[in-house]
Design a protein around this ligand. Sequence first.
Ligand code: FES
Ligand code: FES
Length: 166
Amino acid sequence: MRLRFILNGKPMEVDTHSGRRLLDLLREDLGLIGVKEGCGEGECGACTVLVNGKPRLSCLTAAIQVEGKEILTVEGLWENGKLHPIQKAFVETAGVQCGFCTPGFIMATYALLSENPDPSPSEVREWLAGNLCRCTGYAQIIEAVLLAAKYMRGDALRVTRAEKTS
Ligand code: FES
Ligand code: FES
């Protein structure tokens, strides 16, 4: 069957079948290997992508469910070869170690900050409860999300400028 959707801002048409998972369509058919398969059964969040702006586990989503929808993966966050502020914050806080869980965390963070630009640490923890990381102990990830929120609100930029002029 023919499937049409928007992928990372670009219209896409692919042939697929009713049993295909969105995860396999993205990784295997379209080469978006930033979408990771951890558990494959909805427990780890590594496969998180955004469907119409909401985080979805692509391992539990049938490809045919995205007909006519907008999909955003971590590959869609790059602009002109530059890291997105969320990616930058994860790197700066050591929220990335082996990196396997990172695309899922970044996409979940993107959805959080789109809804709530100034979350508290407990709101961040609650939102990311479905994403697992075996390396970081989570403290750096929470720090990364709070820093990303500052970058996206422009606070960090203002702080940097104020420090430079004082
Ligand atoms: S691979 Fe989808 S939740 Fe773990
Ligand atoms: S950085 Fe290794 S699993 Fe999270």
